[in-house]
Write a protein that binds this ligand. Structure first.
Ligand code: ADP
Ligand code: MG
Length: 232
């Protein structure tokens, strides 16, 4: 029946993900082992080995910390948040990094509170992932324009960058586990972001064209605190 099908599909996805994780972690582990053997064999020049070993360990650490975002938090702290406050915190957090890359972050917050109901750190993580990708895409600097708006029963955050854009073929692949075009990428940021937004009954839309920059839009349900108090 349908439930069984859904379950076997979930198992299949979990299996694919496990295979991908195992593969991505085995590579740096194999190279770490190789360098340990070189060091044990008593060759000189250990300094360069340590640098590479360190960056391989960084890679494992990156992969594991992004995957941890997928696991359920021990305590769900679902609460009401104003997206404008969350976005201000996120922009403050990333501003130095942006300036270092010659990038301006311009945000339009609007005039009314934009309430959502959710896990603060997870939603912030989505914003961080999208802005970091924009910073990493704009190798010659430029502007990231962020706009927060409210519709009838949703709130939306648009992130427009001035990067190189993504062609149709690659656009279909973003968000797939381990899909990355970066030498030091994990290819997990967007997969985790899609999953978080999905858990919040929201969605992410992407529009991009080569030479036109990329637009990420995160849409979440608008949840005014009083609505719930009234109905309960
Ligand atoms: P990572 O950043 O580790 O590569 P992500 O899941 O965050 O993994 O992104 C996957 C890929 O999507 C990136 O490697 C890049 O090719 C593409 N991408 C994401 N955001 C942008 C953007 N704003 N502009 C251009 N390409 C992007
Ligand atoms: Mg990323």
């Amino acid at each position: 029946n349908e439930e069984l099908l859904v379950n076997s599909e979930k198992l299949y996805v979990a299996g694919q993900l496990a295979a991908g994780i195992a593969h991505e972690i085995r590579n740096p582990l194999t190279s770490l082992k190789g360098f340990l053997q070189l060091i044990a064999s008593g060759r000189k020049n250990n300094g360069t080995y340590y640098d590479i070993m360190n960056s391989e360990l960084d890679r494992i650490e990156d992969i594991v910390s992004e995957l941890l975002m997928l696991s359920k938090p021990q305590v769900y702290q679902l609460s009401y948040h104003d997206l404008r406050v969350m976005m201000r915190d996120t922009v403050t957090l990333l501003e130095t990094q942006a300036i270092l890359h010659n990038i301006m972050i311009e945000a339009e917050y609007g005039t009314e509170p934009l309430w959502i109901y959710g896990v603060e750190n997870q939603v912030k993580q989505v914003f961080i992932n999208v802005i970091k990708n924009a910073i990493e895409a704009m190798i010659d600097g430029g502007a990231i324009r962020i706009k927060l708006t409210r519709q009838l029963d949703t709130v939306s955050v648009r992130f427009q960058d001035e990067g190189p854009g993504i062609d149709e073929e690659h656009l279909a692949k973003i968000g797939q586990p381990f899909y990355t075009t970066k030498e030091k990428g994990t290819g997990l940021g967007l997969m985790v972001s899609y999953k978080i937004v999905d858990n919040h009954q929201g969605r992410i839309q992407v529009k991009s064209e080569i030479g036109q920059g990329t637009l990420f839009e995160v849409i979440l349900p608008y949840r005014y605190p009083e609505e719930v108090r009234k109905s309960s």
